[in-house]
Design a protein around this ligand. Structure first.
Ligand code: TMP
Length: 221
């Protein structure tokens, strides 16, 4: 049985993160959810990690399109992006009462660096907890797709992480599912191989569990 997501504290905006493997279809679902929230009269800040700030965009280039980066350096650079992002964009927006929808957040580091790179999910979790000052999403939506489906959808364009072999992406996928299974009230896992409109319906239905969003309607298209 699904559980309602935890409601944000009164006065604070809703914080939703999308997570999942590469090629899972997160950007489409981010766009549809932002459209639905905005149509419901809510003020929404949409962002992505790495990126979302000027420093974050530079870190993104270094991490995804630069040269060799050691696993620990990689974890620290992703953590630095998140620290900047939370201090300069996410926490101020939530404190103003705006909703924040982010394409990836801390679970990406726990799954990719912790499980994929084998640095240890618990250690990465502690690093991230410090980096984001204990700010975690009200709801994390995991778009689950098998590694080979993600690879087919990405075609021939691959960044530094996407170039990793399927076993790496399988470890990442399994870890996202483990994180969700350990805290079902804070997660929704959807089958990313389903049509985008059906996934959007599942997501909106889950958000109806938050009293302020009981009347949320689906975005069209
Ligand atoms: P994307 O924004 O296009 O999904 O690409 C970001 C890539 O970076 C993706 O392969 C996942 C990876 N990543 C990490 O390894 N750790 C992180 O903390 C984040 C945010 C992304």
């Amino acid at each position: 049985m699904t559980q309602p997501p935890s409601s944000p504290p009164p006065e604070r905006g809703l914080f939703v993160a999308f997570e999942g493997g590469d090629g899972a279809g997160k950007s489409t679902q981010v766009r549809l959810l932002v459209t639905a929230l905005t149509a419901a009269g809510r003020s929404v800040v949409v962002t992505r990690q790495p990126g979302g700030t000027e420093l974050g965009s530079q870190i993104r280039d270094l991490l995804l399109h630069g040269g060799e980066v050691s696993p620990r350096a990689e974890a620290l650079l992703f953590a630095a992006d998140k620290a900047q992002h939370v201090d300069h964009l996410i926490r101020p927006a939530l404190d103003r009462g705006e909703d924040v929808v982010t394409d990836r957040y801390t679970d990406s580091s726990i799954a990719y660096q912790g499980a994929g790179r084998d640095l240890g999910p618990d250690e990465i979790h502690r690093l991230l907890d410090w980096a984001v000052g204990g700010l975690f999403p009200d709801l994390t939506i995991v778009l689950d797709v098998p590694a080979e489906v993600g690879r087919q959808r990405r075609g021939s364009v691959h960044d530094r992480l996407e170039r990793e072999h399927d076993e790496f992406h399988d470890r990442v996928r399994r870890h996202f599912l483990d994180l969700a299974a350990a805290a079902p009230a804070r997660y929704l896992v959807v089958d990313g191989t389903q049509p985008p409109a059906r996934l959007h319906t599942e997501i909106v239905t889950r958000l109806h569990g938050i009293p302020a969003l009981a009347g949320l309607r689906e975005a069209s298209g």
